[in-house]
Design a protein around this ligand. Structure first.
Ligand code: LR7
Ligand code: MN
Length: 586
């Protein structure tokens, strides 16, 4: 997904980049000059001089100078992705403590200045682009909960340094009732130096969705720009976003999200050829661009073009404030984390807007595998995500919600306690939005729509006395594991054609491990493979009984080590007795 191009740090050090540009000495380096209209050619990097007078009156170049940063020592932490743990064995304990507190390498983050130069990861044509002089202003909303000091400050400084000041109405830092002490008076005091920064401490934990709604309420800019609190805005990041919205206020725009390596804090360029999608468990996913489009974009002259995207990752985007409210903002019934990105994405498209990724706008984000905060009253992140997703599905997914429900074992419980959604339904009705089917057909036609019409579905539980379930534990393998009732790897469907498939995945049916003509008569291992191949097993099965392979007459069984799945001659043995989570009358 993300390719490591941290060597770019070296080649694109500030010195090298700016030298090739035709700028006056020093002038572009003062914050007060940043992003102002080009006057006397200071900010005009054009070497051709072909711009007409009329055009320069209306448009100007984006800010192309890394404004304040000192040239960086290539041996500095984070500069080239060095493995710091190896370099600093004496700090091992501090490094571990940092990971524990932050879910990223906080120790190295703390060693890196709040202001640092970054490799310019924009595609080639971006530095030459022109944007309108009368761009709308934006309020920047950054919510945080238990954020580390250095990542938060680097986020804020990167905004201040790399945004034209006249375009930033304010920077709203919404503290979502954090407990870490540096996020209180120390932060207030630090930020008091910056008049455009306002810190708001929420008294009660709101979760990122309601915290953002609070920020939006306080915002006065024409555009709302939401950012996570462990990011770095790169050079010229803001103008191309605002320019797209200035042309059409129903465009919602995301920067390309570069990666700040969570272990080394090196800034790494993102894979360009992806856009946002989702799967039927309602997880956001990056999806490759169609091959033709990817091929076209291999040419550097096309790489700056915007990418229309079915969904957004959620954390980093700009939206016209009025349009945000027309769409009903976020569903305030959503808790803590998750699902709000799909809710907003679906309704943007279904209710008359569009969503795009702007490759000329680059913002780095620290991706982490776990969160440094708790989930308020919920016991796990999945609990809040499902709560949110059920609300999302009920309001926006129409009949397609049943695909998500089929993949989610605890759905009845979730539905019973999801709360009131009548206002959200009314909102959709009043907006006259299109159907989810329209969205699927027109916005994300490549998404496979599974057939939910099956004989049985859910976990495949063995009835031999030990609670073991069929489990798809790796790409190719399948076995028996302790039942966990959480779905996911233990979710299967028994299709109308008699084949059993993992989730709804047509490339993952239960198959013979060997070629079907060389099946051993005593024991045949089970594997996972394409449903339409001859290896896919067609099963006979009565509710709570054996699974019989129709071709060989052998039965599904568990090996003696209670781990492998096999076909053996039917014996009525206790491990040959199975039941599916749910059977359907057909
Ligand atoms: O209760 C909370 N209160 C908060 O203020 C929980 C979180 N937050 C803050 C948090 O400090 C952070 O600044 O909200 C922001 C997002 O939380 P993260 O960073 O823990 O989330 P994430 O980056 O893992 O998750 C992505 O998906 C989320 C779904 O709800 C949000 O949309 C995040 O904004 C989103 N992040 C991105 O899109 C950045 C790119 C990642 C990708 C892909
Ligand atoms: Mn994040």
């Amino acid at each position: 997904l993300l390719i490591n191009l941290s060597f770019l740090n070296h080649n694109l050090e500030k010195g090298t980049t700016t030298q090739s540009l035709n700028i006056g000495p020093k002038v572009g380096n003062r914050i007060s000059d940043v992003g102002k209209r080009s006057e006397g050619g200071n900010m005009d990097f054009s070497t051709s001089g072909r711009q007409s007078g009329q055009e320069t009156a209306r448009k100007h170049r984006v800010l192309n100078v890394d404004a304040t940063m000192e040239p960086r020592d290539p041996r500095a932490p984070g500069a080239r992705g060095r493995a710091v743990e190896d370099a600093m064995p004496q700090h091992q304990a501090d490094i571990e403590a940092g990971w524990k507190a932050a879910s990223f390498n906080q120790f190295i983050s703390d060693l890196i200045p709040y202001e640092r130069s970054l490799p310019d990861t924009r595609p080639p044509r971006c530095a030459e682009q022109v944007v309108a002089d009368d761009l709308p202003t934006t309020s920047i909303i950054m919510c945080f909960c238990e954020e580390s000091w250095s990542t938060l400050l680097r986020s804020v400084h990167s905004i201040i340094n790399r945004s034209p000041p006249h375009l930033v109405e304010e920077i709203l830092l919404i503290d979502d009732a954090s407990r870490r002490s540096h996020l209180k008076q120390k932060l207030d005091q630090y930020m008091s130096k910056f008049p455009q920064v306002k810190v708001v401490h929420l008294k009660e934990r709101a979760g990122l969705i309601r915290a953002r709604l609070k920020g939006a309420e306080l915002a006065t800019g024409t555009v709302l720009t939401f950012l996570d609190s462990h990011i770095e805005c790169n050079v010229g990041w803001l103008e191309p976003l605002l320019d797209r919205i200035r042309e059409d206020r129903t465009r919602v725009v995301c920067p390309s999200i570069d990666r700040i390596n969570e272990a080394t804090f090196a800034y790494e360029v993102a894979n360009e050829n992806v856009r946002g999608g989702f799967d039927w468990e309602l997880f956001f996913q990056w999806v490759s661009l169609p091959a033709v489009e990817a091929k076209r974009r291999a040419h550097s002259i096309f790489q700056h073009e915007v990418i229309r995207s079915p969904t957004m990752a959620g954390g980093l985007f700009s939206i016209d404030r009025g349009f945000f409210y027309e769409l009903g903002g976020y569903d305030p019934g959503f808790q803590i984390w998750g699902g709000e990105n799909l809710e907003l994405s679906f309704k943007i498209w279904m209710c008359g807007g569009s969503l795009e990724i702007v490759p000329c706008s680059r913002v780095g984000h620290v991706f982490r595998k776990s969160q440094p905060y708790n989930y308020s009253n919920a016991s796990s992140i999945m609990e809040v995500v499902h709560h949110n997703n059920v609300r999302l599905a009920e309001v926006w997914l129409d009949e397609y919600k049943k695909i998500y429900y089929a993949l989610h074992p605890g759905v009845e419980v979730e539905l019973a306690k999801m709360g009131d959604i009548s206002e959200r339904k009314l909102l959709r009705q009043n907006l006259g939005c299109r159907s989810f089917q329209w969205y699927l057909e027109n916005v994300i036609p490549e998404l496979h729509i599974p057939d939910t019409n099956v004989r049985a579905r859910g976990e495949i539980r063995n009835r031999g006395g030990i609670p073991l379930c069929v489990d798809s534990f790796s790409e190719t393998e399948i076995g028996a594991f302790a039942c966990h009732r959480m779905g996911n790897h233990q979710l299967f469907s028994w299709r109308l054609d008699g084949k059993i498939t993992y989730k709804f995945d047509d490339s993952a049916c239960l198959t013979y491990r060997e070629d079907r003509f060389h099946i051993r008569p005593d024991q045949q291992k089970i594997s996972k493979g394409p449903c339409d191949s001859g290896e896919a097993i067609v099963w006979g099965h009565e509710q709570s009984g054996p699974f019989v392979d129709k071709a060989t007459g052998m039965c599904l069984d568990i090996t003696n080590d209670l781990w492998g799945l096999v076909l053996v001659p039917c014996s009525g043995g206790k491990f040959q007795n199975w039941s599916f989570g749910k059977y359907y009358d057909l």
